[in-house]
Design a protein around this ligand. Structure first.
Ligand code: ATP
Ligand code: MG
Length: 169
């Protein structure tokens, strides 16, 4: 069993390629109201969770809600790929603004497994999965430097994960 510790009041970024298991993990480990998902916000602003043209508006709305939650002292989990540094930087900035600890939970899944899952998941073009995977692999070692105070990297061998909460200071 793998235990991971998350500060009681933190902004948790789930980080992983499409199909790596972020939403499945979020459903199994957090209350649904803690989780802000980019799909949900795309649907809210554009009636379609797959509408990529709605990405900018969806994230503007998501970050607004995340800020209000953090201001109220509520644990907030953001379910989006976060494989690009600039997408993560926004979350680190938000966490700093509200003086909470940014935490990263990374889903490190081998490319072959991601390709398999993708066929029954979003069925995206292979190069999309490959590029996201490359970006993720490059990102992992920079996360602490980017400002994430805790970085948990989960691999496919971590089949049973328990989330524990700790007081922030
Ligand atoms: P996206 O970024 O596209 O939303 P995601 O990271 O949220 O993807 P999920 O929707 O959680 O990924 O999972 C994608 C697929 O992989 C689902 O079919 C799910 O059942 C499967 N899956 C999720 N977690 C695991 C796991 N730990 N082991 C095996 N299969 C998994
Ligand atoms: Mg998902």
């Amino acid at each position: 069993m793998r235990r991971i510790t998350i500060p009681e009041l933190s902004l948790v970024a789930l980080v992983g390629v499409t199909g790596s298991g972020k939403s499945t993990f979020a459903r199994g480990h957090f209350a649904s109201t803690h989780v802000l998902s980019s799909d949900t916000f795309r649907a809210m602003v554009a009636d379609d969770e797959n509408d990529q043209s709605a990405t900018e508006d969806a994230f503007a709305a998501l970050h607004f809600v995340a800020g209000r939650r953090l201001r109220a002292g509520r644990l907030t989990v953001v379910d989006a790929t976060h494989v690009q540094r600039e997408d993560r930087a926004k979350l680190v900035a938000l966490a700093r603004e509200y003086d909470v600890l940014p935490t990263a939970v990374v889903f490190d899944v081998p490319l072959a497994e991601l390709r398999d899952r993708n066929r029954n998941h979003r069925d995206l073009a292979d190069h999309v999965i490959r590029r996201q995977h490359e970006a993720l692999r490059r990102s992992i070692r920079h996360l602490a430097k980017e400002g994430f105070r805790k970085v948990h990297v989960l691999s496919t061998t971590d089949t049973e994960v328990v989330v524990e909460y700790e007081k922030a200071y």
